[in-house]
Design a binder for this molecule. Structure first.
Ligand code: P1T
Length: 392
């Protein structure tokens, strides 16, 4: 029997069940429980224009279709589209707009998203206003008659600031702007932007959804048929699609998403509390700490506070860099959301594409350290940080 995945159906299974099964039926030819990797570029037609729903793999591929159906089910969306990267997903969304259109965006964003906005789409005559969305009133002030899109990242990368998705979605509805949420840091297990009124939810599947640091990918989910139709048109026209092997790897990773997220959060909460009491640490940013300025919103909007932590040390830039390079279980690397813990310096690594002035204005200090807390044993992670502190 086919699993019911339509978000309008009240008898839908729980998230964990959807993660394992949604979009996937045993292969009718062989009974294979895992979807096949259709490593093919094209599909033979018995007659001109006669086919089984697939003509060419940029337009559609059966393995990708399974992933897209699965992603839609997880996000509580009617439609899902998979892309070659999170940036490809973002770029395809921006192609919905026309020259002269305006975007209101969160002021703290992944560095590559800034780069895409300021160095690519600003040259195509789109305009961008960056506002601190911790106060929804600032969003409303920034909206102009040409605003077509409101771009939320919550929690933000790397400062873990939150936007109230329901409040901003309301502004979008009133002003006629579409609201997109980059849900990468949360995953649909921890945060459900579409249920809070957003039009689009975007992910870099490179991160928690795949979860094993072996794929670059992205996706966009919506329940709006018109938006979906246009985005599917753009997905095919632009062609930034994932290959079948990568689609399959993300599908496999998703099966354990709920389990992994629970462990990421448990570990992150313990580490954030450890860091908050540490004499070398001047600031810990983690939405699961009462000291987070938006702790109440975090508790309301997010099922759990996630696996990302940012911190500042009572040390100079050099010492912060030595600290980041001095851990052994935490690997010094860009990216996040994999089973292994990572540490990095955003100003020098993931956010180097932002100008130093922009970073200063937003508050990304040169010595800010970002942790992606993995699923290792928390005692080993804390011992690793303690060793790095002792060498400062
Ligand atoms: O790397 P890619 O799959 O293209 O995803 C881009 C992206 C989009 N949105 C957010 C919130 C992201 O964090 C990213 C990628 N981020 C990193 C590589 C990083 O280390 O922060």
């Amino acid at each position: 029997m086919k699993l019911q995945t339509d978000p309008r159906d009240t008898a839908r299974p729980h998230f964990e069940t959807l993660a394992v099964h949604a979009g996937q039926d045993p292969d009718p030819a062989t009974g294979a429980i895992m979807p096949a990797i259709y490593q093919t570029s094209t599909y033979v037609q018995p007659d001109v224009g006669v086919h089984k729903g697939y003509e060419y793999s940029r337009t559609g591929n059966p393995t990708r279709s399974v992933l897209e159906a699965n992603l839609a089910a997880l996000e509580g969306a009617r439609f899902g589209l998979a892309f070659a990267s999170g940036c490809a997903a973002a770029a395809t969304i921006l192609h919905l707009l026309e020259a002269g259109d305006h975007v209101v965006a969160m002021d703290d964003l992944y560095g590559g998203t800034y780069r895409l906005f300021d160095n690519v789409f600003a040259q195509q005559a789109l305009t961008f206003s960056y506002v601190d969305m911790t106060d929804p009133a600032r969003v409303e002030e920034a909206v102009t008659p040409r605003t077509r899109l409101i771009w939320i990242e919550t929690p933000t990368n790397p400062l873990l600031k939150l936007a109230d998705i329901a409040a901003v979605a309301d502004i979008g509805r009133r002003t006629g702007a579409r609201v997109v949420v980059d849900n990468t840091f949360m995953t649909p297990y921890l945060q459900r932007p579409l249920e809070l009124g957003a039009d689009l939810s975007l992910h870099s599947t490179t991160k928690y959804l795949n979860g094993h640091s072996d794929v670059i990918g992205g996706c966009v989910m919506t329940s709006d048929p018109e938006l979906h139709e246009r985005l599917a048109y753009l997905q095919n026209a632009i062609g930034a699609v994932p290959g079948p092997m990568d689609a399959w790897l993300v599908l496999r990773g998703i099966k354990t998403l709920a389990l992994r997220m629970e462990r990421h959060v448990q570990n992150a909460q313990r580490i954030a509390e450890y860091l908050e009491g540490h004499p070398h640490v001047t600031r810990v940013i983690y939405p699961g700490l009462r000291s987070h300025p938006q702790f109440d919103l975090a508790s309301r909007q997010m099922r759990l506070p996630g696996g990302m932590i940012s911190l500042e040390l009572d040390a100079d830039l050099d010492a912060a860099r030595r600290f980041a390079a001095g851990t052994r279980v935490f690997s010094l690397a860009e990216s996040l959301g994999g089973v292994e813990s990572l540490i990095e310096i955003p100003a020098a690594m993931t956010h180097a594409a932002m100008t130093p002035e922009r970073r200063r204005a937003v508050g990304v200090a040169d010595g800010l350290i970002r942790l992606s807390v993995g699923i290792e044993h928390p005692d080993d992670l804390i011992a690793d940080l303690e060793t790095a502190f002792s060498r400062l």
